[in-house]
Write a protein that binds this ligand. Structure first.
Ligand code: ATP
Length: 199
């Protein structure tokens, strides 16, 4: 999968609009300490639906909105968009490019978009499930993450392997089917009780 462009505005240290065009191959971001390198990977995680402020190195989600600098006032809205190549149809959408956007207002209101059409967080999560890029996938390895994976419990490590193997989607579908089956069984039991009462 190829990330073609990243647009960031009002997110963490990026008060002004930043548009990064990414070409196939390796991209390296270099800069002095505190210049915002990790904020770029935070922006990608956040746009993919990250809900935990601590994973984004903050204590509240509002911390991701640009809080102002010596030269610039704070802003009221953070917005990040990712444009991904879809020529190999990795996403089941009939477009050669797929864009994902997320906005957060200081009021706490959030908005999500797929190809500029408003959608739910759930839709974004479903789109990325098993592509290896979704929230919780291991395509973004933050500082300390390698140690965390090596020291994790076997069942946690198994979920890493499941995500990489692309079987998470089927586990979710199995759980959903089991829930529906259990609900159908309860309906059947209820009908059976009614039949017994009427007999
Ligand atoms: P290092 O090389 O030390 O890991 P880095 O280049 O990865 O640093 P980041 O951690 O990405 O740097 O950026 C840290 C900077 O982002 C700090 O200067 C911090 O003040 C700024 N920052 C974080 N959140 C906000 C915010 N909401 N508003 C304004 N600036 C912010």
């Amino acid at each position: 999968m190829c990330l073609k462009r990243l647009d960031i505005q009002g997110f963490k240290s990026f008060g002004d609009r930043l548009s990064l065009e990414l070409n196939p191959g390796l991209t390296v971001v270099v800069g002095p300490n505190g210049s915002g390198k990790s904020n770029i990977s935070d922006a990608i995680s956040w746009c993919l639906g990250e809900q935990r402020p601590t994973t984004l190195r903050g204590s509240r989600m509002e911390d991701i909105i640009f809080a102002g600098s010596d030269k610039r006032k704070p802003v009221g809205l953070a917005e990040v968009s990712l444009v991904l190549d879809n020529t190999s149809q990795i996403f089941s959408l009939p477009f050669n490019e797929v864009s994902i956007s997320r906005r957060l207002y200081r009021s706490g209101e959030s908005e999500y978009f797929i190809n500029k059409t408003p959608c739910r967080l759930k839709d974004i999560q479903a789109l990325f499930m098993d592509t290896g890029l979704g929230r919780g996938a291991y395509s973004i390895i933050g500082q300390g993450k390698v140690d965390e994976i090596l020291n994790s419990r076997p069942e946690e490590r198994r979920s890493v392997i499941e995500e990489a193997a692309g079987i998470v989607k089927y586990r979710h579908r199995k759980e959903e089917a089991a829930r529906k089956l259990s609900s159908a069984q309860q309906d059947l039991d209820r009908i059976s009780d009614l039949i017994d009462e009427l007999a």
